[in-house]
Design a protein around this ligand. Structure first.
Ligand code: FAD
Length: 430
């Protein structure tokens, strides 16, 4: 089949490789001029620090960013993130963004993917008909191309999500989303609040907390205080934010009030966005993308797939397993249940999530069942499951991060890979 892939980030590249392996012909549309997607560090930021006027800058990385997964868990299955694959053994176990980009570029080279990428070409619309018509624009020229199937890999860490806090528009302080944070110097000597519970919230709190006059990390009670922060008297963990007030105060969910905060940093995640798809075809409502079967395939159009929507997962291996499933589906290696059954399964999953009280914006969170989900896809597509060490290493990582949330990257961390059971290289311990 002729398959279009939208995006040459990690998801699009591994999707292309899996599609090619299954005998398909692939065209990758990439609006940037290089591969890597989110891992291409962008020093520029949006004019609107909250990024609410339609994000134009794809990158959301901060300068100091290191991965929150060991590189062993980020590697594609047959392309190790060390010298036996596309990496370097001297890289830290939790590498920086430049090393991840290098790994992705090496991957694209090694599998000959550069030849099928149309760089600088932005997809404007994808329309169903007999197959799919992809309309794209490059250097001011619009063109229409026809494909049998489409794989959407446009990423979902560029469109900042800001919760609708009461009083947001009246609050007189400075507001910024982590999408627009690059480094801490603008916060020197300021009183700063950081809202969020994610890895970015911890990283930014730690980094800004070192030079701010005060740092309030506003987060749900379950979040653990980073070890280094315990000895920093300027760093305070506080409850989530309830409301902002026109007099500059911040009301917390436990009723406490913060006074004198000058900057509020939102580490509150991102929206899914598919500006090239008709909302009647693919709807995004409070970060729930529907109608999808297995968080992956359009229920009514089984030649349209979305790679990488689930979050709180092991992203690169997930991209690969999903992509292999789709590639093999298109090749006729296995068959889907009938459309009504697919729709029924999708509806049943949503009912179960609602019954469990899961917020709609978390419907694609696969934190607890990530490996079961991947095993199901692997079995259906007659592909090997991820090896058992993967689960073991992920479980060990979660405990490691829970105990050392601010310093886990620099403490020794064993990986359970049978062939790579090794201590961290010395550079990671410095
Ligand atoms: P992207 O990398 O965003 O790639 C999408 C590509 O699509 C881009 O190149 C873009 O230019 C292109 N594109 C978009 N729209 C169009 C269009 N209309 N036409 C043509 N091209 C288009 N993951 C980890 O595994 N480990 C980590 O430690 C980690 N840390 C992270 C830290 C931060 C701050 C963020 C934001 C994310 C982090 N992630 C991490 C998640 C990371 O986003 C994924 O790992 C992964 O790289 C996403 O790949 P992707 O291909 O889905 O999307």
């Amino acid at each position: 089949m002729d398959v279009a892939v939208i995006g040459a980030g990690a998801a699009g590249l591994v999707a292309a490789r899996e599609l090619i392996r299954s005998g398909h012909t692939v065209t990758i549309f990439e609006r940037n001029h290089r591969v890597g997607g989110i891992w291409v560090y962008a020093s520029e930021t949006e004019a609107d620090p909250l990024g609410q006027n339609g994000a134009r800058i794809h990158g959301s990385l901060y300068h100091s960013l290191r991965t929150n997964l060991p590189r062993d868990l980020m590697a594609f299955s047959d392309y190790a993130f060390d010298s036996s694959g596309g990496g370097d053994d001297a890289w830290p176990r939790f590498p920086g963004h430049a090393e991840v980009l290098r790994y992705i570029e090496n991957f694209a080279h090694s599998f000959g993917l550069y030849g099928c990428i149309r760089f600088g070409e932005q997809v404007e619309s994808i329309e169903p008909g007999t197959g799919w018509t992809v309309t794209s624009i490059a250097a001011g020229m619009r063109r229409h191309s026809h494909f049998d199937a489409v794989t959407v890999c446009n990423g979902h860490y560029s469109e900042p999500r800001v919760p609708a806090l009461a009083g947001l528009s009246e609050w007189p302080g400075q507001l910024i989303h982590s999408h627009n944070y690059r480094e801490p110097s603008p916060f020197q000597g300021k009183r700063v609040a950081v809202l969020g519970a994610s890895a970015s919230a911890v990283d930014l709190s730690m980094e800004i907390g070192r030079i701010a006059a005060a740092l309030y990390w506003c987060t749900p009670a379950f979040a653990t205080l980073p070890d280094a922060a315990r000895s920093n008297s300027f760093f305070q963990r506080r409850q989530n934010i309830e409301a902002l007030q026109a007099d500059g105060t911040i009301v917390l969910q436990d009723g406490a009030v913060l006074d004198g905060v000058e900057v509020l940093v939102f580490c509150t995640g991102y929206h899914y966005r598919f500006p090239f798809l008709d909302p009647a075809l693919v709807n995004v409502d409070d970060n729930w993308v529907s109608p999808l079967y297995r968080d992956l395939l359009h229920v009514d159009h089984p030649t349209l797939a979305f790679i990488g929507l689930p979050f709180k997962v092991v992203p690169f291996p997930l991209f690969e397993v999903q992509a292999r499933w789709f590639a093999r589906l298109l090749a006729g290696d296995f068959h889907l249940p009938p459309a009504e059954q697919r729709a029924g399964e999708a509806a049943a999953r949503v009912m179960a999530l609602r019954a469990d009280g899961v917020a709609q914006r978390h419907f694609h969170r696969r934190q607890l069942d990530c490996y079961d989900y991947l095993d199901t896809l692997a079995e259906e597509s007659r592909a090997p499951r991820l090896p058992e060490w993967h689960r073991q290493t992920t479980a060990a990582l979660l405990s490691h991060v829970a105990v050392h949330p601010g310093s886990y990257r620099d403490l020794p961390f064993a990986v359970y890979a049978p062939t790579r059971l090794q201590p961290d290289p010395p550079s990671a311990l410095q």
